[in-house]
Design a binder for this molecule. Sequence first.
Ligand SMILES: N[C@@H](CCC(=O)N[C@@H](CS)C(=O)NCC(=O)O)C(=O)O
Length: 218
Amino acid sequence: MPITIYKTDGSPPARAALMIIELLGLKVEKSEVMPLTGDHLKPEFVQKNPVHTIPFLEDGDFKLADSHAILTYLVSKYGAEKKAQLYPCDLEKRATVDQRMYMEATLVFPKIREIIATLFREKKKVPTEAQVEATNEVYGILDKYLEQTKFIAADHLTVADISLVSSISSLEGILPVDKFPKLSEWLETMKQNDWYQTANASGAKTFSDFVKQKSDAL
Ligand SMILES: N[C@@H](CCC(=O)N[C@@H](CS)C(=O)NCC(=O)O)C(=O)O
């Protein structure tokens, strides 16, 4: 049964799904859904995915929304020998990975959504002073985690790194991370990977260039 991922390359969470697909070497069909042009609200997409967000996965008859759920599902089902590190079974290790991903979902990605809302709905330049402060606070938290472990949730790569790098690499072009030494080092390490270059690099740049151009034009 084919696997289909609904995505667009500018979307940070969609790129998290694309990175894990690339890292695991999965063969998938890619279907373009552009929220900016309203594709996500078309009845056929909402019928499949009532929450109407991308990424959205179909694996045969099974349907799944949310990048974090997609990452852990794909690694658990198709991770083979990579599974043990990417999403450890040990209870405490797994809980730490989950916590970092919930943080991405509830604290980090919402900063991106807020910047986009300010730009498109309020038509104001971004990032606002408050957004700079809030984003730097997030960078500071991640920097502290990276003082404790080499990667975001462990001393090795996990799905939490894939999730967080999708949003941090998108924010980086809008607000640099260079004041945060551990975070900068981690981001550089992430950029060395083929799966990052293939599935994330150009989409992250497209996203931040687009935000900067729109903001400069106001
Ligand atoms: N927590 C979700 C967020 C997904 C999300 O908000 N994606 C945006 C594109 S970057 C989207 O589909 N927006 C359309 C909508 O919210 O209706 C995830 O990690 O997948």
